[in-house]
Design a binder for this molecule. Sequence first.
Ligand SMILES: Cc1cc2nc3c(=O)[nH]c(=O)nc-3n(C[C@H](O)[C@H](O)[C@H](O)COP(=O)(O)OP(=O)(O)OC[C@H]3O[C@@H](n4cnc5c(N)ncnc54)[C@H](O)[C@@H]3O)c2cc1C
Length: 390
Amino acid sequence: MQENYDVVIIGSGPAGTTTARIAAQNNLKVLLVDKKQELGSPIQCSGAISHHGLVSVGVSPEAEFIHEAIYGFDILNEKGDSKKIDYRQLKPDTYGAAADKNPLGYVVDRRRFDRYLMTQAERAGVEVWLKTEGLNYEVTSDGNCEVQLRRFNQELTVKTKVLVGADGLQSQVGKWAGLTTHIKLAELASCLQFIVDQVETNGLLEIITGHEWAPGGYAWIFPKGNGYAEIGLGVARTMTEQNAQWHLDHFMKNSFFKERFKNSKILEIQGGGVPLAAPLKTQYADNLILVGDAARHVNPITGGGLHTALSGGWIAGNFLGDFLASKVPATAENLKRYQDEWLVALGNKMWKLYGIKSQIFKTKDITKRDQMLYQTMSDYFSPDSEFKKI
Ligand SMILES: Cc1cc2nc3c(=O)[nH]c(=O)nc-3n(C[C@H](O)[C@H](O)[C@H](O)COP(=O)(O)OP(=O)(O)OC[C@H]3O[C@@H](n4cnc5c(N)ncnc54)[C@H](O)[C@@H]3O)c2cc1C
């Protein structure tokens, strides 16, 4: 017999698990599926997320998934001039390592983080199927839809009122509904990072700007706990003839940090694509909404998508609770309200960031462009940034 759900979610990354947990807390019957058998693996993420990004969606920062606490930023230009934004000094009453203070953020382990979020969803009543791939969906004449899945090599269909596409950057769910999900090559950063030993860090996320090191993106050094660090970068393939690996080698061997990296030992190599693009213009269709990377809920300046995946999931889960309780048909026209709510909470600021990012990378003069990016990054992470908490 075919199972019926209120909500079926494809993709158990941070966006999918958060949508699922919140929808279940709103008394909905939820099925969450992922084609992987081990969530968060292989790791394709540096794991930086703010304290606010976690607690604002009801996730408490647990040692179980945290590599290291973060207290601020160090923004560097192509020559190595640095602007430190250390919240331990700027706001000593709020931020610090003492028991009565909070870190500004964390570097999390994506394997353990994704599993933790999935467990929280399961404990809220969500049914989770791993090794289950979403294949397609079809709207049915009764106003619901059928979702075709392949679970352990066996095809089956489940019925749901709303399907949520939380299937990441390469989302197919949006395509099934005919939504425009295409991303321009110029707006896709190709990222690579090494997990290294013997590179010292000091509780700050270091961000290195400049065309010389990372054309169309930036390089980073993040603390990883236990004396490890992440050294990585993202480049726009339309702004360089070389690949990310060439640029990372060039940065490590020739930059102002070459002495610091001299004895580093590479323990792991990770990579992936990051959209430095605008949110999708339409994130809904009949019986369907998109969330997280699938909807391009990604910060177009920093490429950060963890906080925005969690907040998008929070918005989607709460929206679905109210929406399905109201018993209005799940047509595209009615589901547009989800996107409207998301735009007010987050999306309008992301569109503004996209405008700023486009201005920077449209600038032909490299020196001017480098200055603009350095200034924008410095402003973005400062305590009085208008984009704080995005
Ligand atoms: C190198 C790199 C570094 C990054 N560093 C950071 C960082 O430090 N901070 C930050 O905020 N962001 C970072 N990001 C971005 C961040 O990783 C993503 O924005 C975030 O993972 C998006 O979460 P999501 O839930 O939308 O998608 P994902 O985490 O991609 O999850 C999607 C899930 O959908 C599943 N799936 C896909 N298709 C199907 C299907 N058909 N059927 C079933 N399951 C399916 C996948 O298996 C996957 O588990 C980084 C990205 C990269 C590549």
